[in-house]
Design a protein around this ligand. Structure first.
Ligand code: PLP
Length: 396
């Protein structure tokens, strides 16, 4: 069987260009080591360590028992699209029509759709580096040219409007931005977003995808600034968001996007061709998440905040390591250059020898060399134990 498969026709070359998200490989390796009896502390994975709030789970079970077993409209059930529109309109004091909201199976699906929509040979797409690895992978898959916008520690890991605008050419079709950001935890200040939007007025041929999946996850009273708040770009803005992080629902595969009317029909057809619709009971759970009590978000964020302070403090006490205080999401991105290690060998050694999973910065782009990503989606006790191990490992 395997023989005949290996002799079969080759997939088209675009598939050679698909990349990876190494966090999944690290998760698998950490699982293997744990199965061998090793005590592994996972600071590699990008998902909240909290359960989905029980009222959300109960709603999904009820939906199943009540017979919601079939297809739904490809764009999502109307009551959920309306709830998303109402939630965004309220939180950002802006008008979002439910007819522009698309329910999709996970945050990734919006980036897949948006990049497919604008990516083709000879097109250029700007993306943050270090950034979520799937941006670049998908851009390359479409044959478009990925243009990295460096995300700099010296800028507190916020993106720079001037650097982004300077990279736009007549071939640029799409600019991807992400704040609060994975993997650096940076939050871009409003002044910088204002400057980006003002500059985009000179480039009407460029669409924007704003990945705001961590929009609830900011610290120190910092308020998330949504690109939805800029009416001048709404006719070319694709907003990516979802339930994975805010409601601890990564495994449910639930996301949503807001599309300009001109692109909506195209993405609806993509849904019909590819995923048909999102799992029906999960959509009812998503509705319960948006319309039910919101206190679980605050509880989770208070825990993340406490851990964030511990992680940053402990990392900054390790000789050779320095760590900017992240303003959002649940990742720290310490600079490890002065330890003498390169990022990926260090991440591997920490997992194999010290039993702590982290992700090497280059897994998020070339500008990630010199850093590792530490996710603090783990208990305070485990974080302390992991930092003890990292400290003694690097002291050797
Ligand atoms: N965007 C960013 C910046 C992320 O970090 C992630 C997940 O880690 C996603 C999108 C994808 O989210 P989902 O798991 O809902 O596909």
């Amino acid at each position: 069987m395997i023989d005949s498969l290996s002799r079969g026709p080759s997939p088209i070359s675009a598939f050679d260009r698909i990349g990876e998200e190494n966090a999944f490989a690290v998760l698998a390796r950490a699982g293997e080591l744990a199965a061998q009896g090793r005590d592994i502390i996972n600071l590699g994975i990008g998902q909240p360590d909290f359960p989905t709030p029980p009222h959300i789970v109960d709603t999904a079970v009820k939906a199943l028992k009540e017979g919601h077993h079939g297809y739904t409209p490809a764009v999502g059930i109307p009551e959920l699209r309306e709830a998303v529109a109402a939630d965004l309109s309220k939180r950002y004091s802006t008008e979002v029509g439910s007819d522009t909201v698309m329910i999709v199976p996970g945050g990734k699906v919006t980036m897949f759709a948006a990049i497919l929509m604008f990516g083709e040979p000879d097109a250029e797409i700007l993306y943050p580096d270090p950034g979520f690895p799937i941006y670049r992978s998908m851009i390359e898959f479409t044959g478009a040219t990925p243009v990295a916008v460096p995300i700099r520690e010296s800028n507190n890991f916020a993106f720079s409007a001037s650097e982004t605008l300077a990279l736009i050419t007549p071939k640029t079709r799409l600019v991807i931005i992400n704040s609060p950001a994975n993997p650096c935890g940076g939050v871009t200040p409003k002044s910088e977003i204002d400057a980006l939007v003002a500059g985009l007025a000179d480039h009407p041929h460029v669409a924007i995808m704003s990945d705001e999946i961590y929009d609830h996850m900011t610290y120190d009273g910092e308020k998330h600034v949504s690109l939805l708040n800029y009416p001048e770009i709404r006719d070319r803005l694709i907003l990516l968001n979802g339930w994975s992080k805010t409601y601890a629902m990564t495994g449910w595969r639930l996301g949503y996007s807001v599309w300009p009317p001109a692109y909506f029909e195209a993405v609806r057809k993509l849904a019909v061709n590819c995923w048909s619709c999102v799992n029906a009971p999960a959509q009812f759970a998503a509705l319960a998440a948006l319309t039910g009590p919101q206190d679980a978000i605050q509880t989770m964020m208070s825990a993340f905040d406490e851990r964030r302070r511990v992680v940053v403090d402990r990392l900054n006490n390790i000789p050779g390591v320095s760590c900017v205080t992240p303003k959002g999401a649940f990742y720290a991105f310490p600079n490890i250059e002065k330890t003498g290690w390169q990022s990926k060998p260090l991440a591997t050694a920490l997992l194999e020898d010290a039993g702590v999973a982290t992700i090497g910065g280059p897994d998020f782009g070339i500008h990630g060399e010199g850093y590792i990503r530490v996710s603090y989606a783990n208990s305070l006790e485990n974080i302390e134990r992991a930092l003890d191990r990292i400290t003694s490992f690097l002291a050797k």
